[in-house]
Design a protein around this ligand. Sequence first.
Ligand code: ATP
Ligand code: MG
Length: 399
Amino acid sequence: MTAIFLKNFPEIVKRKIELVTQNMYNKARICLTGEMTMAEKIILTGDRPTGKLHVGHYVGSLKRRVELQNSGTFDKIFIMIADAQALTDNADNPAKVRDNIMEVALDYLSVGIDPAKSHIFIQSYVTELTELTFYYQNLVTVSRLQRNPTVKAEIQMRNFEASIPVGFFNYPISQAADITAFHATAVPVGEDQEPMLEQCREIVRKFNDVYGETLTEPEIILPSNQACMRLPGIDGKSKMSKSLGNCIYLSDEPEDIKKKIMSMFTDPTHLRREDPGHTENNPVFIYLDAFCRDEHFAEFLPEYSCLDELRAHYERGGLGDVKVKKFLNNVMQEELSPIRARRKEYEQRIGDVYDILKAGSEVAKEEAAKTLSEVKHAMKIDYFDTPEFLEEQVKKYSE
Ligand code: ATP
Ligand code: MG
């Protein structure tokens, strides 16, 4: 019936009508398969295994993930160890990536990611992601990738200007594949990932526009506290980052944490205790913003009742850096001590951690394979999955 109806239209109009019909069909399918599909809330997020995780990851993303995981409002949660992405700028150092798979998994478990609620998986095992990336590449222009502010900043940070590996340049596209493969609706990450999410949404819109409603547009979930958006390094550099070696790691021993905090960059104009100081752009105060709660004052610094009072004293002068740093050390030791203890327990059960990764990777692979078939169906390259292709060809050659 549709075929007879379409016969009288030019090709371009036919294609448009087909797309509209397919969109209507997909929307109807979602409605018909029930509320569950429409309302499903899915998280995808992850980290590169380029080092142990640090407190920037903790306040910027991990803490939130655990809260969301335990809130019970998400139907599925996928947490990815992005080894394939890590290789895009570490191609000559595969040992580094391999060595850090377990480190990142241990960090996840130690902060409270629960394998009974969240699937932790290894990116390269889910080969479907590479296939999706390959198709999405056709929907993005080189100039659009060049304009991506995160890619720009990272190229500069790695001194890649003259020799950017193609894989690295492409990684926003592969990140879109990671997110869409799970039909993720929410991506809890740090602020630096915002341009990536925007690029992903563009790919989704373009794909759905060209091939029919198939992919899901994700939303970013940023930390609610400004200080946690982009925690600076202990050297005062704009971002704590594994690649910059300016980190306090979640697994650091108490003495190392103390040493790092006591050597932290503060306000360079605050030379003597009596001098008025600046708290803005002062990493020690940014860390306090990210970590300290009013109860910490009662416990460790009862002369003050809250951070605003401490800040005001520092700004008017008469408060030394050492005292503030000692307080920060107490606060951070309290937060990190149970995490470190849990990590030590999991370190004694590496076989179990391995099984958790394997099981999570199997689930992720199955899920991504479903999306890949939907994508291939939408793109009309599902030749052997349904009898349609053969039927079409038989009909064509018998006419
Ligand atoms: P690399 O140097 O290898 O890129 P990284 O330290 O930047 O490592 P990623 O694995 O790239 O860490 O980032 C993982 C997640 O942690 C992302 O969601 C990112 O936004 C968040 N994140 C990383 N560093 C910080 C930070 N300093 N403050 C807040 N969030 C951060
Ligand atoms: Mg990074």
